[in-house]
Design a protein around this ligand. Structure first.
Ligand code: FES
Length: 204
């Protein structure tokens, strides 16, 4: 029982018999089977399968978690454990362009706070908020593994590095104008079309 009196039943043995089967579009189902076959143990496919559900639902939902759990014959709570650990799985709705600013020490020492403050001013959003037109959202996250090019951020599935206010201003303007597809599709196994003629680390 939690502090606010809610009671959770954690099923540690298997999939709840009351969970209705979840089915995603044929392409997603086919891709999931392909991925599962690549691993000696099916449960090792949990992360790519979470990406497939996120691609389908736009965020991690209970239905998506149930789909992964059913595919991998594991308890939904174990799928939630993975989904809630990693910030690349969205637990609440995000904008079409979701900016994740790294705030861990190397990025902090090289100006991550200024990056966050700039986004707060420029987009009029606090971390965790989505813009009214649904275009933008941003949040601060821990190390994204690109410490050597700090400060940096990830927009959808693409890194932008060595950031400054000038670079961010130019980058946001180009995204608003070109509306690139910055998401990696696990179903198609490819990154969408990025900013044309604009290598990700060299915006201006
Ligand atoms: S500290 Fe920012 S990417 Fe590692």
């Amino acid at each position: 029982m939690t502090d606010n009196g809610q009671v959770f039943h954690i099923n540690t043995r298997g999939i709840s018999p009351t969970t209705a089967p979840v089915v995603l579009p044929e392409e997603s189902e086919r891709r999931a089977q392909e991925i599962i076959k690549q691993y000696p143990q099916a449960r090792s496919a949990i992360m790519p399968l979470l990406y497939i559900t996120q691609e389908h639902f736009g965020l991690i939902t209970q239905a998506g978690v149930d789909w992964v759990a059913q595919k991998l014959s594991m308890p939904p709570v174990q799928v939630w454990e993975v989904a809630t650990f990693y910030t690349m799985y969205y637990k609440k709705p995000v904008g079409r362009y979701h900016i994740q600013v790294c705030r861990t020490l190397p990025c902090a020492l090289r100006g991550a706070r200024k990056v966050s403050e700039f986004l707060h001013r420029h987009l009029g959003l606090a971390p965790g908020e989505v813009s009214k037109d649904g275009l933008w959202s941003f949040e601060e996250v821990e190390c994204l593994g690109s410490c050597g090019t700090a400060p940096m951020c990830q927009i959808n599935d693409v890194f932008f590095e060595n950031l400054s206010e000038e670079k961010l201003t130019a980058l946001l303007a180009r995204i608003e104008k070109e509306k690139p597809d910055l998401r990696f599709s696990t179903v198609r196994d490819e990154l969408g079309a990025g900013l044309s003629g604009c290598p990700k680390s060299e915006i201006i």
